[in-house]
Ligand binder design. Structure first.
Ligand code: GLY
Length: 324
């Protein structure tokens, strides 16, 4: 059996590429790096890689992580600027004996020394988003606050040899403080994988996801015998409830998981979370998830109309409201 699951609709093209690798007997490591790089390279996804939205100083700072579920190798970068594929740097760091998680200038020095490709990651489109946002906030005499979409791409892959891997990549919150790092590169929070059990990855408000170590929690539930679907539902319901009880509210929490047999699960505390999945017996498809209700999460295949509307919205021309 082989398979791959990922957060959000934006992952499906990469996931399809990854599936080609897995189908031919390629490794889960190669598949996940290829799949996430594809998402990082697509300029219209405004929360990952090239075209990702900038921080409050109009600089794109990227977080990414990679984990091998057999060796437990883990590598990550935080707040890294102007490198084409942060996921590749994270994978490279995962095989270092120490210094596996580097941030900011240190991560950039490492990437430069290792010959990773540099690229200006701020696009003209992202600049328009930024200037429109500042303009709007100035008009409302408001403070800069983070944009409410945090669409990290997170993936879990299983290959025919039984190796499982997980990876994440994100530009984090729009208008974040320089140096802010979310859950995505944090082992146990943004991702966790153990080839003897399964893997999980998360997207949503990093500050809240980290409070529950949600990916590790899901893998722990699977270890106890819960299915990936039950494990995802339990982890999201538990963290959502705890945050509401202790803090009055919970940020967006969405997760996907796959076990070592290719069974998968998903849960979310918001409406409209989407995910993509492919297995040996199922072609790559996108699904839309309903908000968790009484501990259960339902999902349905995305309609053609939804899929077309998604791409049309992402690529539509942007008005320069700040010039008006
Ligand atoms: N979950 C992505 C972030 O908070 O940065």
């Amino acid at each position: 059996m082989w398979g791959m699951i990922a957060t959000w609709r934006m992952a499906v093209e990469g996931l399809t590429e990854g599936a080609n690798t897995l189908e031919k007997g390629g490794s889960a490591e190669e598949a996940i790096v290829k799949a996430i790089s594809e998402v990082e390279d697509f300029p219209y996804y405004k929360s990952v890689g090239y075209g990702g939205l900038p921080n409050e100083e109009m600089e794109v700072e990227l977080d990414a992580a990679y984990m091998n579920g057999t060796t437990l190798d883990f590598g990550a970068v935080g707040a890294v600027k102007d490198f084409k594929n942060p996921i590749k740097i994270a994978r490279r760091l995962s095989v270092e004996k120490a210094n596996n998680f580097l941030v900011g200038v240190g991560a950039e020095k490492f990437a430069h020394k290792e010959g990773f490709e540099r690229k200006t990651m701020l696009t003209d489109r992202a600049k328009i988003h930024y200037k429109n946002r500042v303009h709007k906030l100035n008009q409302q005499e408001n403070e800069l606050t983070p944009y409410s979409g945090h669409d990290t791409v997170g993936m879990v892959a299983l290959d025919q040899q039984g190796l499982m891997t997980a990876g994440t990549s994100t530009s984090g919150l729009f208008m974040k403080k320089p140096g802010r790092v979310g859950d995505s590169p944090v082992i146990g929070s943004g991702l966790y994988v153990d080839s003897e059990i399964g893997g999980a990855t998360a997207t949503g408000l990093g500050e809240d996801l980290m409070k529950g170590m949600v990916s590790y929690e899901i893998v722990s539930f699977m270890r106890e015998g819960f299915s990936p679907q039950e494990a995802c539902e339990k982890a999201v319901a538990k963290l959502d409830q705890k945050l509401k009880e202790r803090r009055g509210k919970a940020g967006d929490l969405s997760v996907v998981a796959m076990d070592k047999k290719g069974n998968y699960g998903v849960a979310s505390n918001i409406e409209g979370f989407s995910f993509a999945v492919v297995t040996e017996t199922k072609a790559p498809k996108v699904y839309i998830v309903d908000k968790i209700k009484e501990g259960k999460c339902h999902y349905e295949k995305a309609t053609q109309e939804w899929l077309e509307n998604y791409m049309a919205t992402r690529t539509a021309p942007l008005e320069e409201e700040w010039k008006k």
